[in-house]
Design a protein around this ligand. Structure first.
Ligand code: ZN
Length: 156
């Protein structure tokens, strides 16, 4: 079975189709959503301005606070379920629970945060959000700077 989820702002457009699933998986693996080869992050959570492999501009992303939101959502459900399960099964001392779950919470959060951020950037790139779909078109640039119409030439 092949899952094909693609995005195009204009069905008749000649622009290349962008697979949402592929872009999100590439982003989650810390890779450029466009080529899948270049590194998406320059540092831990700092997104590279451009892809070092294909030169795609990556600075357009607006991940904002969505990655921490999804990280808290997932880690919170896993850790709370784990704490309750261990409590029901073994009823250990509270310090034992803390010893088990604090490191797991820290490692899970630090691992998932850049993966969610990468996947969201991949989604934004695939949907051509926030300037990811803009291609400089010189003919459009001259039309947009034509200025107001002279009132004396208008038909009355
Ligand atoms: Zn790339």
């Amino acid at each position: 079975m092949v899952i094909q989820i693609t995005s195009s702002t204009d069905p008749g457009s000649t622009e290349a189709e962008r697979s949402i699933l592929t872009a999100m998986l590439r982003g989650a693996r810390h890779l450029c959503p466009a080529c899948g080869r270049g590194r998406l992050f320059a540092r831990y959570l700092k997104v590279a301005d451009t892809c070092p492999s294909c030169a795609t501009e990556l600075h357009h992303h607006r991940a904002d606070d969505a990655p921490p939101y999804f990280t808290i959502l997932v880690v919170g459900h896993l850790v709370v379920a784990g704490i309750l399960s261990v409590e029901m099964a073994l009823s250990p001392q509270p310090w034992v629970q803390a010893l088990i779950w604090l490191p797991i919470t820290l490692v899970l959060s630090l691992t998932l945060l850049p993966r969610f951020k990468g996947a969201l950037i991949g989604l934004q790139w695939a949907l051509r959000m926030h300037g990811f779909g803009e291609e400089p078109d010189p003919s459009e640039a001259t039309l947009s700077h034509a200025g107001p119409v002279d009132p004396s030439t208008r038909p009355s």
